[in-house]
Write a protein that binds this ligand. Structure first.
Ligand code: NDP
Length: 276
């Protein structure tokens, strides 16, 4: 009996994850035969559970909070973007038996911004709020689109400073505290803090969004996040959340695993309609 290739998302918690639905939709749309499950895996059980998964016919895994750094350590090989990010959200079993680690979050964000939302990044002044794992994953893919500068603002300034030091070779990158942002202006503000998850807003000064500026919250929910609402109140030309990024990072993982690029627009529309 041949069994379908097995894929899954590991996280802790993971019950809320939309990944099984996304990947089953992609499989249907592209005629791929696979199964995709989800498993709650606390950090301390990650290595053992992941080894077992790949020994028992697992072909690929997505890893979410708090496992991305552990997945980065677990991988035998890394893509260049995963090496930069020091975080892995996609693992793939290679023909050699080795495990490849990739990070598709950044490319998912850039695809959603540029392709789905029609936002131009070239020559723009970008502000990233937060200096955690998500920020690590998006700096290099954003610089590939040649913005004129990227500023990273964080509550704990030392973390933003450390990222600037680490990624300095990629382009014009500076760090800032929140109060130091006063008087500056940005064309695109990306919220990569986890503040939205507790219905909070980073302490942003007024008037830092340029005319026709764009706001993008990497977080998403059934209701507009506080930062999406901040963008609207500050007259953003668009104020978006990370639902499209979620679907696009999954599409990139699916492509890595199956070699086929799945369609995303219909699924993003479906998700959007369900929360309307
Ligand atoms: P981390 O825990 O690694 O980092 C959290 C960051 O948020 C830190 O910089 C922290 O600052 C900051 N922060 C937390 N609370 C506040 C607050 N109230 N005010 C200001 N800053 C705050 O999280 P991740 O980087 O992994 O994730 C960040 C966000 O990105 C999450 O909302 C996550 O859901 C989203 N995400 C979305 C994806 C998608 O596909 N749409 C993919 C990946 C992430 P400090 O350092 O001072 O503690």
């Amino acid at each position: 009996m041949t069994t379908a290739d097995q894929y899954a998302v590991f996280g802790h918690p993971v019950s809320h994850s939309k990944s099984p639905r996304i990947h089953r939709f992609f499989a249907e749309q592209t005629g791929q035969i696979l199964e995709y499950g989800k498993q709650d895996v606390p950090a301390e059980q990650f290595v053992e559970t992941t080894r077992l998964f790949f020994q028992q016919s697992g072909k690929g895994l997505n890893c979410t909070v708090p496992l991305k750094e552990l997945a980065w350590q677990f991988a035998d090989q890394l893509t260049e973007r995963a090496r930069f990010a020091k975080a892995v959200n996609t693992l793939k079993l290679l023909d050699s038996g080795q495990i490849l680690g990739d990070n598709t979050d950044g490319v998912g964000l850039v695809t959603d911004l540029t392709h789905n939302a029609g936002v131009t990044l070239t020559g723009k002044r970008l502000l990233i709020l937060g200096a955690g794992g998500a920020t690590r994953g998006i700096i290099a893919p954003l610089f590939q689109k040649q913005p004129v500068q990227i500023t990273i603002a964080n509550r704990t300034l030392a973390k933003a400073e450390a990222l600037v030091e680490e990624f300095a070779e990629l382009g014009q990158l500076t760090s800032s505290s929140y109060p130091q942002l006063a008087g500056l202006e940005f064309d695109l503000i990306l919220n990569a803090t986890s503040a939205s998850l507790s219905a909070e807003l980073p302490p942003l000064p007024d008037n830092i969004l340029a005319e026709q500026g764009i706001c993008y919250d990497l977080a998403y929910g059934n209701l507009p996040t506080p930062f999406v609402n901040w963008g609207k109140a500050n007259h953003a030309a668009k104020s978006l959340d990370g639902l499209g990024m979620l679907v696009e990072q999954a599409a990139e993982a699916f492509y890595l695993w199956r070699g086929i690029r799945p369609p995303t627009a219909e699924l993003i529309r479906q998700f959007d309609k369900e929360r309307a």
